[in-house]
Design a protein around this ligand. Structure first.
Ligand SMILES: Cc1ncc(COP(=O)(O)O)c(C=O)c1O
Length: 392
């Protein structure tokens, strides 16, 4: 019998999805099919209701005061680009970010450096992937226009203290953007408790929706400081050629990915029903198991924090003698384990961990449907490979 393939690439996109997600997408595809806000017939009204419900649920999920602050995007990259390029329009701008960022922050910043000549400070993380929030204060200049920080590392799972960072940003009245690609749906986040101006996240990772979905949360009132990156039809105020100023239409031009949003709506419903405490404690248990099973194995290195309270379930590993791609291939071919090798679109994070020159690492990332047995099987596979390498 073929071995069960075990998916450990939830940091890229989650799999499997809860059955309710497939059902919602099938229901939309079979019985609705219309575009939201574009007609008065029953199906179009139902399509609009799906988006409204998804917005309400997402707002509830984040503790946001109003559903209109939830801007639907097509992935996390889309939201980050809107946040960064929508805000930074002046050449004489300085931006503070970190060495743990994903290319979906690094590249828009690099583009702005080329296009506008802006200046960027990259705060150096320590060897577990943490930034000292006080380093932000030291880096602030008169012309600092944005502080942008990745909440959870997609390379080694370190979770930054965004509450302290947000307080510093607010103290100096500097906009604070958080890339929560690896934390929304893994950890409880309350956007009213933490001083966040913009929070970008995908719908297709821990929110358990399909690819092609994402969100940019914008703090009420902050939207006036953000320029839309695209203008177009919204189904509202059609008599006026100018883009509407109100939310969410100011930032949602063009037809929505309704089939995707139907799935995302069901993914968030699943999380709300299960509760974030339960989701988080399951992940913490998986992290504890991964760390304890891989402790003190000759030849095997696990990068990132040992303290499970300061991490999410994203683990980078390497085994001496193996290129990352080679190790991932052995894990798939001999053990049916699906992982992701290389630099994970985060070159400075790998430089920080000292893994850039070896071509990166192999990443295992957890999801809510993985079990203790899956983690035991995966870590046992790593031990077998490490021991075999050691005795050769
Ligand atoms: C930390 C981080 N930021 C941003 C992204 C981009 O997300 P998306 O693929 O939804 O654009 C990812 C994706 O892996 C990520 O891990």
């Amino acid at each position: 019998m073929a071995k069960r393939r075990i998916y450990f690439d939830n940091a890229a996109t989650s799999f499997p999805k809860p059955p309710g997600v497939h059902d919602a997408m099938m229901h939309y595809a079979r019985h609705i099919g219309a575009s939201a806000g574009r007609g008065a017939y029953h199906e179009a009204v139902e399509a609009s209701e799906i988006i409204h419900q998804a917005r309400r649920r997402l707002a509830q999920f984040l503790g946001a005061s109003q559903p209109e602050s939830i801007i639907m995007t097509f992935n996390c990259t889309d939201g980050l680009s809107l946040a960064i390029k929508g805000l930074i329009t002046e050449p004489n701008s300085h931006i503070i970010t970190t060495t743990m960022e994903h290319n979906s922050v690094l590249r828009p910043l690099s583009a702005l450096q080329e296009q506008l000549g802006i200046e960027v400070t990259y705060l150096q993380a320590d060897n577990e992937g943490f930034i000292d929030p006080e380093d932000i204060r030291q880096a602030i200049r008169k012309n600092t226009r944005l502080i942008t920080v990745v909440h959870g590392s997609n390379v080694c799972g370190s979770v930054q203290d965004i509450a302290s960072m947000g307080i510093i940003a607010r103290e100096y009245d500097i906009p604070f953007l958080v890339d929560a690609a690896q934390t929304v749906g893994h950890l409880p986040i309350d956007v009213q408790e933490i001083p966040i101006d913009m929070l970008a996240f995908p719908g297709h990772k821990a929110l358990l929706g399909p690819l092609g979905t994402g969100v940019l949360y914008i703090r009420p009132g902050f939207e006036t400081r953000l320029r839309p990156l695209k203008e177009g039809g919204t189904g509202s105020t059609s008599e006026i050629p100018r883009q509407p100023d109100f939310l969410p239409d100011r930032f949602e031009s063009g037809s929505h990915n309704l089939i995707g949003i139907a799935g995302l709506n069901a993914g968030v419903e699943f999380l709300l029903e299960r509760g974030m405490d339960r989701i988080r404690s399951h992940e913490v248990e998986l992290c504890q198991a991964f760390l304890s099973h891989t402790e003190k194995v000759d030849g095997l290195t696990v990068y990132g924090p040992c303290d499970v309270d300061k991490r999410v379930g994203v683990f980078s590993v390497s085994i001496g003698g193996y290129e990352p791609g080679e190790l991932a291939a052995v894990l798939e071919q001999q053990f049916s384990l699906l992982t992701r090798s290389g630099l994970h679109c985060a070159p400075y994070a790998h430089e920080t961990l000292g893994t850039f020159d070896q071509g990166g690492t192999v990443r295992f990332s957890m999801g809510p449907f993985l079990s203790q047995e899956d983690v035991a099987y995966a870590t046992d596979a790593l031990k077998q490979i490490a021991y075999a390498t050691d005795t050769n």
